[in-house]
Design a protein around this ligand. Sequence first.
Ligand code: SME
Length: 156
Amino acid sequence: MDFKLLEQEALSILNKEELIIDQRMELVCQLLQEKVAHYDWVGFYFKNGEKPELKLSAYAGEPTEHTIIPFGKGICGQVAESNQNFVVPDVQAQDNYISCNINVKSEVVIPLFVNGENIGQIDIDSNTANAFNEADERFLEKINAAVADILMRNKA
Ligand code: SME
């Protein structure tokens, strides 16, 4: 997988001024889900206003009923509190895990920071066990940084 090329494609989508931010995010989710064989579900969760919970924003893959996740619950809710990447090689081995789809075997969640504040995350599910490594982490950190940049620029 050529993550460098994919990063460029994601950047060019994020810079499409003619699209609203939500559309750009959705296209990025679709791009990653289509181009990376082990990315079966790709989504962004963001802090829901002042509430201690995450709300699903753009995603690609099967719809999930878990559109709201309280802080501390599941892999996503834990990352909202820890501010750390969470790589899960085997979701069945996790006590604090929320299942969105029975086919999912592994997961990675990477926090998204704006001005040092953890405002959300990218969440990837894979139907392959132990699918994620450090290359995925570095790639997804770059995607999140690019999204943070666009969000900041559009706030100003
Ligand atoms: N598995 C996540 C829930 C989100 S779904 O993967 C889309 C979790 O444990 O937080």
